[in-house]
Design a protein around this ligand. Sequence first.
Ligand code: ADP
Length: 293
Amino acid sequence: MLAAGAAAAWFLSKQWLRSVATLEEAARGLSTSELGKRRLFVPSDDEELAALAASFNHLLDRLEAAHTGQQRFTADASHELRTPLTVLRGEIEVALRKPRSAEEYRAVLVSNKEEIERLSRLTENMLALAQVDVGDAIAQRESLRVDDLCQSVAAKLHPLAVSQSIDLAVEDASQEPPVIAGDRIAIERVLHNLIENAIRYSPSGEHVLVRTSRSGNEVRIEVIDHGSGIAPEHVPHLFERFYRVDKARSRAHGGSGLGLSIVQALVEAHQGSVSVDSTVGRGSTFTVRLPAA
Ligand code: ADP
Protein backbone atom coordinates (compact mmCIF):
# COMPACT_ATOMS: atom_id res chain seq x y z
CA MET A 1 0.00 0.00 0.00
CA LEU A 2 2.87 2.28 0.90
CA ALA A 3 4.56 1.67 -2.42
CA ALA A 4 1.29 2.15 -4.30
CA GLY A 5 0.58 5.37 -2.38
CA ALA A 6 4.08 6.72 -3.10
CA ALA A 7 3.72 5.88 -6.80
CA ALA A 8 0.31 7.60 -7.01
CA ALA A 9 1.65 10.70 -5.20
CA TRP A 10 4.68 10.79 -7.52
CA PHE A 11 2.44 10.47 -10.58
CA LEU A 12 -0.03 13.17 -9.46
CA SER A 13 2.62 15.66 -8.38
CA LYS A 14 4.51 15.10 -11.64
CA GLN A 15 1.35 15.83 -13.62
CA TRP A 16 0.55 18.91 -11.57
CA LEU A 17 4.11 20.20 -11.88
CA ARG A 18 3.93 19.67 -15.63
CA SER A 19 0.79 21.84 -15.81
CA VAL A 20 2.46 24.49 -13.65
CA ALA A 21 5.51 24.36 -15.91
CA THR A 22 3.27 24.80 -18.99
CA LEU A 23 1.65 27.85 -17.38
CA GLU A 24 5.00 29.27 -16.37
CA GLU A 25 6.41 28.76 -19.87
CA ALA A 26 3.37 30.46 -21.42
CA ALA A 27 3.66 33.39 -18.98
CA ARG A 28 7.37 33.79 -19.69
CA GLY A 29 6.73 33.68 -23.43
CA LEU A 30 4.41 36.72 -23.31
CA SER A 31 6.23 39.75 -24.66
CA THR A 32 5.10 43.35 -24.08
CA SER A 33 3.79 43.60 -27.63
CA GLU A 34 1.61 40.53 -27.05
CA LEU A 35 0.13 41.89 -23.84
CA GLY A 36 -3.15 42.75 -25.51
CA LYS A 37 -3.40 39.65 -27.69
CA ARG A 38 -2.48 36.52 -25.79
CA ARG A 39 -3.90 35.02 -22.63
CA LEU A 40 -2.93 31.89 -20.71
CA PHE A 41 -4.81 28.68 -21.41
CA VAL A 42 -7.24 27.94 -18.56
CA PRO A 43 -7.18 24.14 -17.95
CA SER A 44 -10.64 22.64 -17.46
CA ASP A 45 -9.49 19.54 -15.55
CA ASP A 46 -7.69 21.27 -12.66
CA GLU A 47 -9.66 23.72 -10.57
CA GLU A 48 -6.72 25.25 -8.73
CA LEU A 49 -4.64 25.76 -11.85
CA ALA A 50 -7.67 27.13 -13.67
CA ALA A 51 -8.13 29.71 -10.88
CA LEU A 52 -4.43 30.61 -11.05
CA ALA A 53 -4.52 31.01 -14.84
CA ALA A 54 -7.75 33.03 -14.67
CA SER A 55 -6.37 35.45 -12.09
CA PHE A 56 -3.17 35.76 -14.11
CA ASN A 57 -5.26 36.59 -17.19
CA HIS A 58 -7.18 39.14 -15.14
CA LEU A 59 -3.87 40.75 -14.16
CA LEU A 60 -2.89 40.78 -17.86
CA ASP A 61 -6.18 42.57 -18.68
CA ARG A 62 -5.39 45.27 -16.12
CA LEU A 63 -1.79 45.57 -17.32
CA GLU A 64 -3.02 45.90 -20.89
CA ALA A 65 -5.45 48.68 -19.92
CA ALA A 66 -2.68 50.54 -18.07
CA HIS A 67 -0.26 50.04 -20.97
CA THR A 68 -2.78 51.29 -23.55
CA GLY A 69 -3.61 54.31 -21.35
CA GLN A 70 0.08 55.11 -21.04
CA GLN A 71 0.60 54.86 -24.80
CA ARG A 72 -2.42 57.09 -25.50
CA PHE A 73 -1.24 59.63 -22.94
CA THR A 74 2.25 59.78 -24.49
CA ALA A 75 0.79 60.14 -28.00
CA ASP A 76 -1.64 62.90 -26.91
CA ALA A 77 1.02 64.69 -24.88
CA SER A 78 3.49 64.65 -27.78
CA HIS A 79 0.82 65.99 -30.10
CA GLU A 80 -0.11 68.79 -27.67
CA LEU A 81 3.55 69.73 -27.22
CA ARG A 82 4.22 69.66 -30.95
CA THR A 83 1.48 72.16 -31.87
CA PRO A 84 2.88 75.20 -30.00
CA LEU A 85 6.43 74.22 -30.97
CA THR A 86 5.43 74.15 -34.66
CA VAL A 87 3.76 77.56 -34.33
CA LEU A 88 6.85 78.98 -32.60
CA ARG A 89 9.18 77.62 -35.25
CA GLY A 90 7.02 78.91 -38.10
CA GLU A 91 6.78 82.41 -36.64
CA ILE A 92 10.52 82.62 -36.00
CA GLU A 93 11.38 81.31 -39.48
CA VAL A 94 9.08 83.86 -41.16
CA ALA A 95 10.50 86.67 -39.01
CA LEU A 96 14.08 85.73 -39.96
CA ARG A 97 13.42 85.63 -43.69
CA LYS A 98 14.23 89.34 -44.17
CA PRO A 99 15.22 92.31 -41.99
CA ARG A 100 12.23 93.76 -40.15
CA SER A 101 11.34 96.81 -38.12
CA ALA A 102 11.51 96.83 -34.32
CA GLU A 103 7.70 96.88 -34.26
CA GLU A 104 7.48 93.71 -36.33
CA TYR A 105 10.03 91.90 -34.15
CA ARG A 106 8.05 92.96 -31.12
CA ALA A 107 4.84 91.51 -32.56
CA VAL A 108 6.61 88.20 -33.19
CA LEU A 109 8.01 88.13 -29.64
CA VAL A 110 4.57 88.83 -28.16
CA SER A 111 3.08 85.94 -30.12
CA ASN A 112 6.05 83.69 -29.17
CA LYS A 113 5.43 84.52 -25.53
CA GLU A 114 1.82 83.35 -25.82
CA GLU A 115 2.90 79.99 -27.22
CA ILE A 116 5.56 79.62 -24.51
CA GLU A 117 2.94 80.35 -21.85
CA ARG A 118 0.75 77.66 -23.41
CA LEU A 119 3.67 75.22 -23.23
CA SER A 120 4.36 76.10 -19.59
CA ARG A 121 0.72 75.59 -18.65
CA LEU A 122 0.63 72.27 -20.44
CA THR A 123 3.78 70.94 -18.77
CA GLU A 124 2.56 72.22 -15.40
CA ASN A 125 -0.72 70.33 -15.86
CA MET A 126 1.09 67.18 -16.97
CA LEU A 127 3.28 67.43 -13.89
CA ALA A 128 0.20 67.84 -11.69
CA LEU A 129 -1.31 64.66 -13.14
CA ALA A 130 1.97 62.78 -12.78
CA GLN A 131 2.05 63.81 -9.10
CA VAL A 132 -1.44 62.41 -8.56
CA ASP A 133 -0.49 59.21 -10.39
CA VAL A 134 2.49 58.55 -8.12
CA GLY A 135 0.47 59.52 -5.03
CA ASP A 136 2.35 62.79 -4.34
CA ALA A 137 -0.56 65.17 -4.90
CA ILE A 138 -1.60 65.33 -1.28
CA ALA A 139 1.36 66.64 0.62
CA GLN A 140 -0.56 67.21 3.83
CA ARG A 141 -4.08 67.02 5.19
CA GLU A 142 -5.31 69.93 7.18
CA SER A 143 -8.69 71.12 8.31
CA LEU A 144 -10.09 73.31 5.54
CA ARG A 145 -13.27 75.36 5.32
CA VAL A 146 -14.35 75.04 1.71
CA ASP A 147 -16.53 78.17 1.86
CA ASP A 148 -13.41 80.24 2.68
CA LEU A 149 -11.41 78.49 -0.05
CA CYS A 150 -14.15 79.22 -2.60
CA GLN A 151 -14.09 82.88 -1.60
CA SER A 152 -10.33 83.15 -2.00
CA VAL A 153 -10.24 81.31 -5.35
CA ALA A 154 -13.15 83.42 -6.63
CA ALA A 155 -11.26 86.57 -5.57
CA LYS A 156 -8.26 85.41 -7.63
CA LEU A 157 -10.49 84.79 -10.64
CA HIS A 158 -12.40 88.04 -10.20
CA PRO A 159 -10.30 89.94 -12.81
CA LEU A 160 -11.01 87.20 -15.40
CA ALA A 161 -14.73 87.35 -14.59
CA VAL A 162 -14.72 91.16 -14.91
CA SER A 163 -12.85 90.99 -18.23
CA GLN A 164 -15.62 88.72 -19.59
CA SER A 165 -18.45 90.68 -17.89
CA ILE A 166 -19.39 87.65 -15.78
CA ASP A 167 -21.02 88.11 -12.42
CA LEU A 168 -19.22 85.66 -10.10
CA ALA A 169 -20.89 84.97 -6.74
CA VAL A 170 -20.09 82.60 -3.85
CA GLU A 171 -22.70 81.46 -1.33
CA ASP A 172 -22.73 79.01 1.54
CA ALA A 173 -25.90 77.08 2.35
CA SER A 174 -24.44 75.00 5.20
CA GLN A 175 -26.03 74.61 8.62
CA GLU A 176 -22.71 73.43 10.06
CA PRO A 177 -19.25 74.68 8.93
CA PRO A 178 -18.32 72.91 5.65
CA VAL A 179 -14.98 71.54 6.84
CA ILE A 180 -12.92 68.84 5.11
CA ALA A 181 -9.52 67.29 5.77
CA GLY A 182 -7.52 67.99 2.66
CA ASP A 183 -4.55 69.48 0.91
CA ARG A 184 -5.07 73.21 0.49
CA ILE A 185 -3.15 73.51 -2.78
CA ALA A 186 -4.93 70.52 -4.32
CA ILE A 187 -8.43 71.72 -3.34
CA GLU A 188 -7.65 75.24 -4.55
CA ARG A 189 -6.58 73.76 -7.85
CA VAL A 190 -9.89 71.85 -8.12
CA LEU A 191 -11.90 75.00 -7.44
CA HIS A 192 -9.75 77.11 -9.74
CA ASN A 193 -10.19 74.72 -12.70
CA LEU A 194 -13.97 74.43 -12.25
CA ILE A 195 -14.63 78.15 -11.70
CA GLU A 196 -12.31 79.16 -14.53
CA ASN A 197 -14.14 76.80 -16.91
CA ALA A 198 -17.52 78.16 -15.78
CA ILE A 199 -16.35 81.70 -16.57
CA ARG A 200 -14.70 80.81 -19.88
CA TYR A 201 -17.62 78.79 -21.23
CA SER A 202 -20.24 81.41 -20.34
CA PRO A 203 -21.31 84.25 -22.63
CA SER A 204 -20.64 87.73 -21.30
CA GLY A 205 -23.31 89.16 -19.03
CA GLU A 206 -24.08 85.79 -17.43
CA HIS A 207 -23.88 84.69 -13.77
CA VAL A 208 -21.63 82.03 -12.28
CA LEU A 209 -22.51 80.77 -8.82
CA VAL A 210 -20.28 78.74 -6.49
CA ARG A 211 -22.39 77.17 -3.75
CA THR A 212 -21.09 75.19 -0.80
CA SER A 213 -23.21 73.11 1.54
CA ARG A 214 -22.84 70.41 4.13
CA SER A 215 -25.27 67.63 4.83
CA GLY A 216 -24.24 65.10 7.45
CA ASN A 217 -20.91 63.58 6.49
CA GLU A 218 -20.73 65.19 3.09
CA VAL A 219 -19.49 68.57 1.93
CA ARG A 220 -20.74 69.62 -1.45
CA ILE A 221 -19.38 72.26 -3.81
CA GLU A 222 -21.47 73.21 -6.84
CA VAL A 223 -20.16 75.39 -9.64
CA ILE A 224 -23.18 76.56 -11.61
CA ASP A 225 -23.01 78.37 -14.94
CA HIS A 226 -25.57 79.39 -17.56
CA GLY A 227 -23.23 79.00 -20.48
CA SER A 228 -23.11 76.87 -23.61
CA GLY A 229 -23.74 73.57 -21.82
CA ILE A 230 -22.33 70.21 -22.95
CA ALA A 231 -24.02 67.79 -25.38
CA PRO A 232 -24.86 64.39 -23.78
CA GLU A 233 -22.50 62.46 -26.07
CA HIS A 234 -19.51 64.41 -24.71
CA VAL A 235 -20.41 64.16 -21.03
CA PRO A 236 -19.02 60.61 -20.42
CA HIS A 237 -15.62 61.68 -21.82
CA LEU A 238 -15.23 65.07 -20.12
CA PHE A 239 -12.91 63.81 -17.39
CA GLU A 240 -10.63 61.94 -19.80
CA ARG A 241 -7.15 63.29 -20.26
CA PHE A 242 -6.81 65.71 -23.22
CA TYR A 243 -10.54 65.48 -24.04
CA ARG A 244 -12.00 68.72 -25.41
CA VAL A 245 -15.44 69.29 -26.85
CA ASP A 246 -14.37 72.12 -29.12
CA LYS A 247 -10.63 71.99 -29.73
CA ALA A 248 -10.39 75.37 -31.42
CA ARG A 249 -12.34 77.18 -28.70
CA SER A 250 -10.42 75.47 -25.92
CA ARG A 251 -7.05 76.17 -27.56
CA ALA A 252 -8.01 79.83 -28.02
CA HIS A 253 -7.95 80.25 -24.25
CA GLY A 254 -4.92 78.01 -23.76
CA GLY A 255 -6.85 74.90 -22.66
CA SER A 256 -5.41 71.47 -23.30
CA GLY A 257 -8.21 69.24 -22.01
CA LEU A 258 -6.37 68.32 -18.80
CA GLY A 259 -8.23 70.61 -16.40
CA LEU A 260 -11.14 68.30 -15.58
CA SER A 261 -9.00 65.16 -15.42
CA ILE A 262 -6.88 66.93 -12.80
CA VAL A 263 -10.07 67.87 -10.91
CA GLN A 264 -11.27 64.26 -10.90
CA ALA A 265 -7.88 62.81 -9.92
CA LEU A 266 -7.46 65.27 -7.02
CA VAL A 267 -11.03 64.84 -5.76
CA GLU A 268 -10.72 61.04 -5.84
CA ALA A 269 -7.41 61.29 -3.99
CA HIS A 270 -9.50 62.93 -1.23
CA GLN A 271 -12.00 60.02 -1.33
CA GLY A 272 -14.54 62.28 -3.02
CA SER A 273 -16.32 62.34 -6.37
CA VAL A 274 -17.14 64.84 -9.09
CA SER A 275 -20.10 64.81 -11.46
CA VAL A 276 -21.67 67.05 -14.06
CA ASP A 277 -25.22 67.89 -14.98
CA SER A 278 -25.50 69.87 -18.18
CA THR A 279 -28.06 71.01 -20.75
CA VAL A 280 -27.02 72.45 -24.09
CA GLY A 281 -27.86 76.13 -24.26
CA ARG A 282 -28.84 76.32 -20.59
CA GLY A 283 -25.60 75.69 -18.73
CA SER A 284 -23.76 73.22 -16.54
CA THR A 285 -23.43 72.36 -12.88
CA PHE A 286 -20.26 70.61 -11.72
CA THR A 287 -20.70 69.05 -8.28
CA VAL A 288 -17.82 67.97 -6.05
CA ARG A 289 -18.62 65.76 -3.05
CA LEU A 290 -16.04 65.36 -0.30
CA PRO A 291 -16.16 63.61 3.07
CA ALA A 292 -16.76 66.15 5.84
CA ALA A 293 -14.22 66.36 8.64
P1 ADP B 1 -9.89 72.71 -21.21
O1 ADP B 1 -8.51 73.05 -20.82
O2 ADP B 1 -10.03 72.44 -22.67
O3 ADP B 1 -10.91 73.66 -20.69
P2 ADP B 1 -11.02 70.79 -19.36
O4 ADP B 1 -10.56 69.42 -19.02
O5 ADP B 1 -11.07 71.78 -18.27
O6 ADP B 1 -10.12 71.28 -20.54
O7 ADP B 1 -12.46 70.67 -20.00
C1 ADP B 1 -12.69 69.71 -21.02
C2 ADP B 1 -13.77 70.20 -21.97
O8 ADP B 1 -15.01 70.23 -21.27
C3 ADP B 1 -13.54 71.62 -22.46
O9 ADP B 1 -12.78 71.61 -23.63
C4 ADP B 1 -14.94 72.13 -22.68
O10 ADP B 1 -15.35 71.83 -23.99
C5 ADP B 1 -15.79 71.31 -21.72
N1 ADP B 1 -16.20 72.10 -20.53
C6 ADP B 1 -15.60 72.12 -19.33
N2 ADP B 1 -16.26 72.92 -18.47
C7 ADP B 1 -17.31 73.41 -19.14
C8 ADP B 1 -18.39 74.31 -18.81
N3 ADP B 1 -18.51 74.84 -17.58
N4 ADP B 1 -19.31 74.58 -19.77
C9 ADP B 1 -19.23 74.04 -21.00
N5 ADP B 1 -18.23 73.20 -21.39
C10 ADP B 1 -17.28 72.88 -20.48
